[in-house]
Design a protein around this ligand. Sequence first.
Ligand SMILES: Nc1nc2c([nH]c(=O)n2[C@H]2C[C@H](O)[C@@H](COP(=O)(O)OP(=O)(O)OP(=O)(O)O)O2)c(=O)[nH]1
Length: 153
Amino acid sequence: MSERTPVEVAVGVLIERDAAGHEGRFLLTSRPEGKVYAGYWEFPGGKLEAGESVEDALRRELHEELGITIGHGPGAVQPWQQLVMDYPHARVRLHFCKVFAWTGAFEMREAQQMAWQTLPVAVVPVLPGTIPVLQWFAQERGHTGPTHRDASV
Ligand SMILES: Nc1nc2c([nH]c(=O)n2[C@H]2C[C@H](O)[C@@H](COP(=O)(O)OP(=O)(O)OP(=O)(O)O)O2)c(=O)[nH]1
């Protein structure tokens, strides 16, 4: 049995908070044309480059893809969950981080789309590796029922 070594991926879950600190909408982006799973909705991010930490990679990817700069202050980025996903094209270890502070205007630099969402997510289709995040949100938020729409309906 040969286990493939996972590729490390940093993923940013950007979340809006109200004045009381309650978490609200989160940001999904569509995968650009030319990538595997083009058009699928996911949380923005990408692969770590040599020598990068998860936070370094997140900072670089969100700037490259969305034109925003993640905050440096305490609490701006919170490591949240890790998940290994086995796709036909790759085995990836996803490092999901909640991101609460950023500056700059959103600019879709890879011609992708963005959508601020709550549960249940309205955009379709959602990337398989994104669905567990919606389930973690459902647990945290006491959301019952579907977290997203079935792409085939
Ligand atoms: N960004 C992101 N990737 C995810 C999520 N869930 C999930 O399974 N993935 C997978 C899809 C890809 O196989 C991998 C991310 O790689 P990528 O191809 O988007 O990264 P990249 O921008 O560094 O790509 P590239 O420069 O090599 O084209 O992680 C998610 O929520 N966000």
